[in-house]
Design a protein around this ligand. Structure first.
Ligand code: AMP
Length: 115
């Protein structure tokens, strides 16, 4: 394994397994290993971007692709009653994996505000 490779990059490279639910040329989506709701999917870009703070203007289309992919997955997984998308960014945002990811949560009513 290359030094500094994140767990999500290792999933993209097929080095560790994941329960993949959706894939395009630009993104991969798989079940969160520690689900916080009946449906908890992570949508990640195949391109390595450490966090939303590290995204560039040139990533505008990719960022939209991630959100529209989350919408498609929500529909495919039957979340017709609603769902939440979350991007944690940096230490205060609670980000624990340094590869940009969109959480898709649903399947139960979700409280607000988050902790
Ligand atoms: P965050 O805290 O926003 O960085 O979210 C990282 C998420 O990745 C957490 O919800 C973890 O449960 C999840 N996670 C960590 N390792 C894996 C893995 N190997 N497969 C699936 N999800 C993972």
């Amino acid at each position: 394994m290359a030094a500094g490779k994140t767990i999500f990059k290792r999933i993209i490279d097929g080095e560790i397994p994941a329960q993949i639910v959706y894939e395009t040329d630009r993104c991969l989506a798989f079940r969160d290993v520690n689900p916080q709701a009946p449906v908890h999917v992570l949508v990640i870009p195949k391109q390595e971007i450490a966090s939303l703070a590290e995204a560039a203007e040139a990533d505008e289309s990719l960022l939209g692709h991630l959100l529209l992919s989350a919408r498609t997955i929500a529909s495919q997984l039957g979340l017709e009653n609603g769902y939440r998308t979350v991007i944690n960014c940096g230490p205060d945002g609670g980000q624990s994996v340094d590869h940009l990811h969109v959480h898709l949560l649903g399947g139960r009513p979700l409280g607000w505000p988050p902790g």
